[in-house]
Design a protein around this ligand. Structure first.
Ligand SMILES: Cc1ncc(COP(=O)(O)O)c(C=O)c1O
Length: 391
């Protein structure tokens, strides 16, 4: 008698690995539920407590919380008095918010190409781009790698410019041992869901003094200035940019984990360098980020795909990675090549390094809940996708 067929056990399917995922603990979730039950869910005591904790985190500087890390930059520019007729120098390789806020206040963005190694704005080009109309610089710490704060500060002082640090991605990064945000001029941070700490959506602005903080509060909510119980006046229009207590409670639950999240991100980034350092992987010509384990918060691990691969687009690589159960991202296409900016006169060839990055950069999964084996899985999958096309 033939023996009954034995069913082959199905191969375990590895769960989908997104390129990022927030880590929110049960205490925070319970805390949010408490806020929801409290009867006060918009801006209130949680926002005040979050601002106080952030101020402590940033060395005692005044901090105000907002509903994004975009409005924070716009408000900083407004406080600095930047407006029509002014120029603001920034990088073409960032989330488009960085340049859009310059347009929002009626000023003109002036792009300076990136340094292809750091992928951050090239400060030599910043200096060359200064004109009598320049009022401010918005540097971006892409992927958390800080822009050289010594050179930046020297340029700003030399040309009497304000600086709005777009530190959306560099929460927890340092410069020569000093935490980003604890020094400098305006510092804008994002707490968007994919950031190193999150409030789901949100941001904060580190300011220089209480006068600026009071102005930030007015820009945050319709320009309203209150006195006593019933005094209210409006001298200029503000927006609707306040953070809710629900969001602030998430942030309060995230902040104590910032150090451990950072350590984990660094460990995983080290893992990536180990895996990409394997001779058979190295030969694929994938460009790696700067190996900075001192200052960078490893907000993202971004590689540069080899441009010369025949017949393979980045989109195809992303699709094949997705089929292998791995999410990837693009941060970012070059800003000056968006239709809005092309209409203002920019074109291909204006910023070759940013354009090269914009075409080839790829963000790989990196978040605290990942395991070291996930890193191996990502690098193996990417290598085999590229090898298949190189063959
Ligand atoms: C570099 C950079 N600038 C600005 C922002 C805007 O932050 P938000 O999304 O909180 O408005 C982001 C967020 O993605 C960012 O990565």
């Amino acid at each position: 008698m033939p023996s009954p067929a034995v069913a082959t056990p199905p191969r375990p399917v590895e769960p989908f690995l997104p390129f990022t995922r927030p880590t929110i603990d049960d205490a925070t979730i319970a805390g949010v539920a408490e806020v929801l039950r409290s009867g006060w869910i918009t801006s209130g005591p949680q926002v005040k407590a979050f601002e106080a904790s952030l101020s402590e985190y940033f060395g005692g500087r005044p901090v105000r919380a907002f509903n994004s890390g975009t409005c924070t930059m716009e408000i900083a520019l407004r406080i600095a008095g930047v407006g029509p007729g002014d120029e603001v120098i920034t990088t073409p390789l960032s989330w488009v918010a960085t340049a859009n806020v310059v347009l929002a206040v009626g000023a003109r963005p002036v792009f300076a190409d990136i340094d292809p190694v750091t992928r951050n704005i090239d400060l030599g080009r910043v200096e060359a781009a200064v004109t009598p109309r320049t009022r401010a610089i918005i540097p971006v710490d892409l992927a958390g790698l800080p822009v050289d704060r010594d050179r930046l500060g020297a340029i700003a002082r030399r040309h009497k410019l304000r600086v709005v640090e777009d530190a959306a991605q560099s929460f927890g990064s340092t410069w020569k041992g000093r935490r980003i945000g604890s020094f400098g001029d305006f510092v804008s941070v994002s707490f968007h869901a994919n950031k190193n700490i999150t409030t789901s959506e949100g941001g904060c602005l580190v300011l220089n003094d209480e006068r600026e903080a009071a102005l930030a509060e007015r820009y945050r909510l319709q320009g309203v200035a209150r006195t006593g119980h019933d005094g209210m006046d409006v001298e200029f229009p503000g927006g609707k940019f306040n953070m809710t207590d629900v969001a602030a409670r998430i942030g309060l639950g995230q902040l104590p984990h910032a150090g451990e999240f950072l350590a984990r991100r660094r460990e995983l980034a080290r893992g990536y360098f180990e895996e990409f350092g394997e001779p058979s992987v190295r030969s694929l010509g994938i460009g790696l980020p700067v190996q900075d384990f001192t200052d960078c918060n490893w907000h993202m691990f971004q590689v540069m795909l080899p441009e010369a691969l025949p017949g393979v687009t980045r989109a195809a690589v992303m699709e094949e990675m997705r089929s292998a159960g791995i999410g990837t991202g693009v941060h970012y296409p070059a800003i000056h090549l968006f239709t809005l900016y092309r209409r203002m006169g920019w074109k291909e060839g204006d910023f070759p390094h940013a354009e090269h990055a914009g075409r080839n950069i790829l963000t790989l999964p990196l978040f605290p809940a990942m395991g070291r084996s996930d890193v191996t899985r990502v690098v193996r999958a990417l290598s085999s996708v590229l090898r298949a096309h190189a063959a």
